[in-house]
Design a protein around this ligand. Sequence first.
Ligand code: ZN
Length: 175
Amino acid sequence: MSTHQHQPITSVPEFLAHALELEVESGERYRLLADSMEIHNNTEVADLFTKMAHYSDLHAQEVAQRAAAFNLPTIAPWSFKWSCPDTPEAPCMEEANYLMTTTQALRLALHNEVRGRDFYARVSATTPDPEVSRLAREMADEEQEHVVLLEIWVAQVAPQYEEPMEDLDPPNITE
Ligand code: ZN
């Protein structure tokens, strides 16, 4: 991550440009994760990710509607890419999605919801503009709901999908 995102955001258009990047990236990531879970025939988690993609799309639409009143600035050095929980600074490889277990996918989603929430919370706390602070606080609160939801899935649902560490059956007859 560049240090750019740690500088306070000083205007509504600047905030909206950042929020749009973040929400569009989330929507795309969740759709990839949903596809990946479909491939694993895990409809329960695929449905969760489709729902999360929908939330991101709604946020992106809301932001885009507000942004229609402004000329959004180009925020070139900053782009919000999802990172992996194990190497938090590195973007996740697209193809890795298809090799992920359910637990890894849920942890990836949780990790990036936390990053999104923290981003909005930091903007809200550091901006000198009261309107930016209010908008960012609203977004942070909604992201916090997603964090809580994913924490529940990681704790309660993910363990049900864990492969046993030692599976003595030959792989071709495990189904
Ligand atoms: Zn979210």
